[in-house]
Write a protein that binds this ligand. Structure first.
Ligand code: ZN
Ligand code: ZN
Length: 87
């Protein structure tokens, strides 16, 4: 009876490109020099716009981990700045 739900779960919308299959290229779009005209194929779903639940979970986990590390980085950086401020 939960067949519909299972079908839906198989492919989740890509969390990187929100299902578009493309992302904004590293040039930022406006002055694109990579011949992608501002768009680059999504590295997570490879242009498909959807990913398996496993892949989505792995991506979100990696992203959360990265956010954690950058938070730590900025926290330690501001600590150092405050300490060094008087000297
Ligand atoms: Zn570009
Ligand atoms: Zn994608």
């Amino acid at each position: 009876m939960d067949v519909d739900f299972y079908d839906y779960e198989e492919d989740a919308p890509c969390p990187r490109c929100m299902g578009d299959g493309t992302i904004i290229c590293h040039c930022g779009g406006d002055l694109c020099v990579c011949a992608n005209y501002g768009d680059a194929p999504c590295p997570v779903c490879h242009g498909e716009g959807s990913v398996s639940e496993e892949r989505e979970a792995a991506f979100l986990k990696a992203e959360a981990e990265a956010a954690k590390w950058s938070q730590k980085f900025w926290a330690s950086l501001s600590k150092h700045t405050q300490k060094g401020g008087d000297a």
